[in-house]
Design a binder for this molecule. Structure first.
Ligand SMILES: *Cc1c(COP(=O)(O)O)cnc(C)c1O
Length: 386
């Protein structure tokens, strides 16, 4: 039943493959006993291997055991879960926050919880798959707008009649590494909310997965743009990327979070994340609140890499963040360049359709990379034509 379509996938060079490390994940990794410099991780600050993060997780295992046994509502959570929520809310400048098991489950849980049958969701065409799936699971009508096109968004919002409208966008887009025009989107929603008779009838939902720990001194995209976390804004973010841990959160007003807690099915019907995972997230959060030097190092490394790549003639496809995709032509050529990089000891994945429209090599630079690591990447890319 599956062999025919699998053969077709292979013929189109679109067969995906899992690679298994025999080392920790960091700026260097080992696969099949071969060592590589790793440019594929979202562990932007290298916190996944930070001693304080590891110690905190170990301490929590001793205190709380491993599995959490049930969903939060059935007492699966510990006091650490509550502590992380309190710290997250404070960090984000919101009244309240709620932990989810992953960013995927946050988006597929929160969006259907806040959007009902009478809602219309306006979604950027390049939003993450988990947002798309969250929209599909909701009973709302979904209107897709052109990537970062606030003019079109405004036109669509103005001509749509609905009891409730929700604008949904990634803040940092995960494949191109560009940033949503949040200031414009905020002003648009703000002005419409102040004119409408029903207060707060436009909600703004922001996915800060790649912005948490990266933008706005780690606080995320709203801090980056100097936007106040209004009661009509709901944010999600993950502990799994720059925070080097696992899981995710939604943050917003007390009422919004209480509503989400009572309605998000991925929260209600899923076992709580283990306390040791939560302890690791708390530790990572404490680290970036106390000291922003890793974030500074991340941006220095990002700047250096972009400068070198563009002087080699590479098109960085609009990147504004440590996610740097380079244009590599068709699928065949992209795979060839990815193999060339592997031979040179560089691990940087080829990203192909249907994940993206245009094939590319996606490089993520982190604070854990050394100057020599980056030089090796540039040298390897210098020996192929852009
Ligand atoms: C990674 C990512 C997610 C999913 O987060 P996980 O914790 O890995 O499930 C959601 N949204 C965006 C934009 C992401 O990049």
């Amino acid at each position: 039943m599956f062999s025919e379509p699998l053969i077709r996938l292979k013929e189109k060079n679109l067969m995906r493959e899992i690679k298994n490390r025999n080392s920790p994940q960091g700026s260097r990794i080992s696969i099949d006993r071969k060592n590589y410099i790793n440019f594929s991780s979202n562990d932007y600050l290298g916190l996944a291997n930070h001693p304080y993060v590891l110690e905190s997780a170990q301490k929590a295992i001793k205190e709380f055991g491993f599995g959490s046994g049930a969903s939060r509502l059935l007492c699966g959570g510990s006091i650490l879960h509550a502590e992380l929520e309190k710290k997250t809310a404070k960090f984000k400048g919101t009244e309240s926050a709620l932990i989810f098991n992953s960013g995927y489950s946050a988006n597929t849980g929160v969006i259907p919880a806040i959007a009902d049958k009478g809602s219309v969701i306006f979604s950027d065409e390049l939003n993450h798959a988990s947002i798309i799936d969250g929209c599909r699971l909701s009973k709302a009508r979904v209107v897709v707008y052109k990537h970062k096109n606030t003019y079109q968004l405004e036109r669509l919002i103005r001509k749509t009649k609905a009891r409730q409208k929700i604008v949904v966008t990634d803040s940092v887009f995960s494949m191109d590494g560009d940033i949503a025009p949040l200031k414009d989107i905020y002003e648009l929603c703000s002005s419409l909310n102040s004119k409408l008779l029903t207060p707060n009838s436009i909600l703004l939902y922001i996915d800060d997965a790649h912005a948490t720990g990266v933008l706005g001194n780690g606080k995320g995209s709203l801090a980056h743009f100097g936007i106040k976390p209004e009661p009509w804004i709901i944010q999600m973010g993950t502990f799994s990327k720059a925070l080097g841990s696992f899981g995710a959160f939604a943050a917003g007003s007390k009422d919004a979070i209480a509503w989400i807690m009572n309605n998000a099915r991925s929260f209600i019907f899923s076992t709580a994340p283990p306390s040791c995972v939560i302890a690791a997230s708390i530790a990572a959060l404490e680290l970036i609140i106390k000291d922003t030097s890793l974030i500074k190092k991340l941006w220095l490394n990002r700047g250096k890499t972009v400068k070198e790549l563009t002087s080699l003639g590479y098109d960085i496809m609009g990147s504004e963040t440590p996610i740097i995709s380079i244009k590599t032509g068709d699928v065949k050529r992209t795979l060839k360049i990815s193999r060339h990089l592997l031979n040179k000891g560089i691990f940087a994945p080829a990203i192909r359709p249907p994940t993206v429209k245009e094939p590319r090599i996606r490089i993520t630079v982190t604070a854990a990379h050394t100057a020599e690591n980056i030089e090796r990447l540039i040298k390897a890319l210098g020996s192929v034509k852009p």
